[in-house]
Write a protein that binds this ligand. Structure first.
Ligand SMILES: Nc1ncnc2c1ncn2[C@@H]1O[C@H](COP(=O)(O)OP(=O)(O)OP(=O)(O)O)[C@@H](O)[C@H]1O
Ligand SMILES: [Mg+2]
Length: 245
């Protein structure tokens, strides 16, 4: 189980004012599920995602990773936890001067894998995202969808317990979006990988997620079951959002 419990988070603005981005924010994700965060721009989705791996440190509240509160861990302990939480982004964030294999290998090198084990693991991950034939090319020779699949291979290389996906398809055309969703779904099924994904798109939620949280104004308004076929929000914002998108 992965949880955010009663998280408060504020940012200091250049004007000296503080802006509270997460307000008593709680979210509970079950092992093995794909969980969506949906909401308008600025709602706090990325900040919530980044709290799971402490890229944003909460001002208050608990971050539970595999049963343990990690909200105040630091240094080596934090680095070890982060190695077990993969992350992918809207703009892929690949290193352009490294080949596909080298991009995937980097996370393993940082995690201290022995060099003899890195190559086979890199190829295994590239096979999982169906890109083994591209191992030797540079990112600028790939399509957007292929770049995102390299980023996915990199994010799963170290056998993470949790994958955070921050709008991973919003820079892609509709067909390529589907390619990435299918890839994530396959990994969720094959590896039992838990995924938390932020999005503006209900179509993505319906295809991929078991549950979705409606995020607005730094709050988790409600968590809805997607599998029942009909997503039935009770909050007025949730109802309005689902009518719009
Ligand atoms: N480092 C920061 N300093 C100040 N304000 C920030 C910082 N990061 C985020 N914010 C503000 O916090 C709010 C929530 O941002 P966040 O990126 O979490 O929203 P989001 O739901 O992911 O939006 P989008 O859908 O556009 O990605 C926004 O108003 C944003 O401007
Ligand atoms: Mg965001």
């Amino acid at each position: 189980m992965f949880e955010l419990k009663n998280i408060n988070k504020s940012f200091q603005l250049p004007t000296g004012e503080t802006f509270q981005v997460l307000k008593d924010f709680s979210l509970s994700v079950n092992k093995g599920e794909v969980f969506g965060l949906i909401g308008l721009s600025g709602a706090g989705k990325s900040t919530a995602l980044r709290t799971f791996n402490l890229l944003e440190a909460p001002d208050q509240g608990q971050v539970i990773f595999k049963g343990k509160d990690i909200s105040t861990i630091q240094d080596k302990e934090l680095r070890l936890v982060r190695q077990k939480i993969g992350m992918i982004f809207q703009h892929f964030n690949l290193l352009s001067n490294k080949t596909v294999s080298e991009n995937v290998a980097l996370s393993l090198k940082i995690a201290g894998w022995k060099s003899a084990q890195i190559k086979p693991r890199v190829m295994e991950c590239l096979e999982l995202v169906r890109l083994q034939d591209k191992h030797d090319v540079y990112p600028n020779q790939l399509s957007g969808g292929q770049k995102q699949r390299v980023a996915i291979a990199r994010s799963i290389a170290n056998n993470p317990d949790l994958l955070l996906a921050d709008e991973p398809t919003s820079a892609l055309d509709p067909l390529t979006k589907n390619e990435i969703l299918e890839c994530l779904l396959r990994l969720n099924k094959a590896l039992g990988l838990t995924v938390v994904i932020s999005t503006h798109e209900m179509g993505l939620v319906k295809k991929l997620c078991q549950r979705v949280a409606i995020i607005n104004g730094g709050q988790n308004l409600e968590t809805l079951d997607v599998r029942e076929g009909q997503i039935q929000p009770t909050s007025s914002f949730g109802k309005a959002l689902l009518e719009t998108i």
